[in-house]
Ligand binder design. Structure first.
Ligand SMILES: [Mn+2]
Length: 357
């Protein structure tokens, strides 16, 4: 069954079509990447509707959709609505701006078609994307391979006096040299006191003796993201730094050990959180233990205290506990894992023993 067929099978009874407008979901359903366009899915056929810039490329490589290259977008939509006698169309509410919604309402105002403004379509697609196909798992592994090559590459550059920004730029340059189409997100390479900021921004600060250097990095390859954090130390770190590193390491490894199909993602979070809180660092770990990774850097499942996700085979998510001591330092250790038949496959192969440079 194609993804389009699965989507149609899951349409609520009141819907006779769906309008897919987000870039990653257009790619998910048509295997065609573009910065613009929509897929109109009816119960019989799906149309990928693009402008001239993507016409030729879409005709060649889009899958499971009939390609329409439009001159007049509104007319094209209205003609399809009439042709297929559409009355209720689902939209991606999570991805549509108010002004886009107003535009579609305006386009459809002289037709018999209504827009269903609820989360039905988002939920169907979320439930599909949360489980990765074998091919998607391979793509994420390939993306992670670049992230790891860049990690080993940058270890030779980390020295006292080097600027955080230069390290971040070198990682980005190297990832692209290795074939990444982009970085997965703005790379985090921070040092010293700034490591207490979970999403600190690289600056011209220089690496100093006794610093932690926290590197949260990832590549984007073939539409799929990867995500890894390692915290390395510069010669002269204190016993307190080493102790905290080892608490975070234990939280990471014990949480990963607990992963198997059928358990709640929030229970994975709890294992990591309890280890950190029981070691005396309640209040120093204020983010989720993990998030899904795929066509977006943050997707489902979520491993947080409030998560409702139950783990299933072929879900991919991060396990990234941390301890952050304001104005002192922070540590985060992040792996990506894939849920297997009876446990988890760790997709991150870089060692987690503390590297002291
Ligand atoms: Mn992450």
């Amino acid at each position: 069954m194609t993804r389009i067929e699965t989507l149609i099978k899951n349409f609520p009874a009141n819907a006779d079509a769906a309008l897919i407008t987000s870039g990653e979901n257009r790619f998910y359903f048509s295997d065609f990447r573009s910065s613009a366009g929509v897929i109109l899915v009816t119960r019989d056929i799906a149309y990928l509707i693009v402008d001239f810039r993507y016409g030729e490329a879409a005709q060649i490589s889009a899958k499971n959709c009939k390609v329409i290259v439009y001159d007049n977008f509104s007319e094209t939509i209205c003609n399809l609505v009439k042709k297929h006698n559409l009355h209720n169309v689902l939209i991606e509410r999570d991805n549509m701006t108010i002004s886009e919604l107003k535009t579609y309402e305006n386009i459809l105002k002289n037709t018999a078609c209504n827009i269903i403004v609820n989360s039905a379509l988002d939920n169907i697609i979320k439930d599909m994307r949360i489980i990765k196909s074998e091919q998607e798992i391979e793509k994420i592994k390939a993306s992670q391979e670049i992230t790891e090559k860049a990690f080993y590459h940058i270890l030779d550059y980390i020295k006292v006096g080097v600027k955080e920004r230069d390290l971040a730029l070198e990682i980005e340059y190297f990832m692209k040299k290795c074939g990444a189409e982009n970085v997965a997100f703005d790379l985090i390479v921070i040092s010293g006191k700034k490591t207490s900021l979970p999403h600190g921004v690289p600056s011209n600060d220089e690496i100093k003796n006794g610093d932690f250097v926290l590197m949260d990095t990832g590549a984007l390859l073939d539409g799929y993201h990867s995500d890894m954090t390692r915290t390395v130390a510069i010669n002269g770190v204190s016993q307190e730094q080493i102790d905290i590193y080892n608490i975070v390491l234990k939280a990471n490894t014990e949480a990963i050990k607990s992963i198997r199909p059928g358990i709640y993602a929030k229970d994975v979070d709890k294992i990591a959180r309890d280890i950190i809180y029981n070691a005396g660092y309640e209040g120093c770990f204020g983010h989720s233990t993990g998030h899904g990774v795929g066509l977006q850097i943050h997707e489902y499942p979520v491993a947080s205290p409030k998560s409702k996700n139950i783990l299933e085979k072929n879900m991919i998510f991060t396990v990234e506990p941390g301890i952050y001591l304001p104005n002192k330092f922070g540590v985060r250790i992040e792996d990506m894992v894939a849920v297997t038949e009876n446990g988890a496959e760790i997709l991150t192969s870089v060692s987690k023993e503390l590297i002291i440079i």
